[in-house]
Design a binder for this molecule. Structure first.
Ligand SMILES: [Ca+2]
Length: 214
């Protein structure tokens, strides 16, 4: 009865953060998402980062990004999952990605001889809190030995409340191998500039397109 967004306790819903109402039907999910990782990994934007963290092992991903990024070099699962968002009006997901490097350094290398599946990084979305993941795009290491900025249209099925995105490397050879990094993750949304905090400022009615390009 709590729509998967809370626990039923004595017949009443105790809703997850960001949801409210008798059946957790009311939400205050983020409409905007923009992270260059200069301030760390924000728990308000990312619900899970595994096998990775702030790092510079693949360099600063110039010229498309700069400074800190989210770098993956763990031994087990390597993935980053966003918080649930309201992507009803989202248009594109954009980010900078590098997998291994031409220089094959100790901190950023890839073994291309193991085939295109090894080291591949995929982008997916979920609309049921990660029970099912749906593919948006795959990224072969041979195409990302240097940083590239890529963007994808948000699939129609993902344009709704409660969508999460995941960057995941299903196959890698463990610590010290097949490292990758992402930076400047932006989900671009037509946002009506009304105030989201419920304070007394009068809402501005114009609509702006938020785009952050390197
Ligand atoms: Ca950065």
């Amino acid at each position: 009865m709590c729509r998967g967004r809370g626990d039923c306790v004595n017949g009443e819903c105790r809703c997850d953060a960001g949801y409210d109402g008798p059946t957790c039907e009311v939400g205050r999910l983020p409409l905007r998402f923009s992270d260059g990782f200069e301030g760390g990994i924000s728990s308000s934007l990312w619900v899970k980062v595994e096998g990775g963290g702030l790092g510079m092992g693949c360099g600063p991903l110039t010229p498309w990004a700069h400074g800190k990024n989210l770098y993956f070099n763990g031994c087990g699962i390597r993935q980053a999952i966003t918080t649930e968002m309201d992507t009803s009006r989202a248009m594109k997901v954009m980010f900078v990605l590098q997998i291994g490097s031409n220089l094959q350094t100790a901190s950023c290398n890839i073994d291309l001889s193991l085939g295109p599946g090894n080291g591949m990084v995929i982008l997916q979305f979920s609309i049921n809190k990660g029970i099912d993941w749906h593919l948006i795009a795959t990224h072969a290491p041979s195409e990302f030995l240097i940083p590239k900025k890529v963007g994808y249209n948000i699939p129609h099925e993902a344009m709704r409340r409660g969508t999460q995105f995941r960057w995941w490397q299903p196959e890698h050879q463990g610590v010290g191998r097949d490292q990758w990094a992402i930076d400047d993750v932006d989900i671009i949304t037509y946002v009506s500039q009304t105030n989201e905090t419920g304070s007394n400022e009068s809402p501005r009615q114009h609509v702006s397109l938020q785009i952050q390009m390197a």
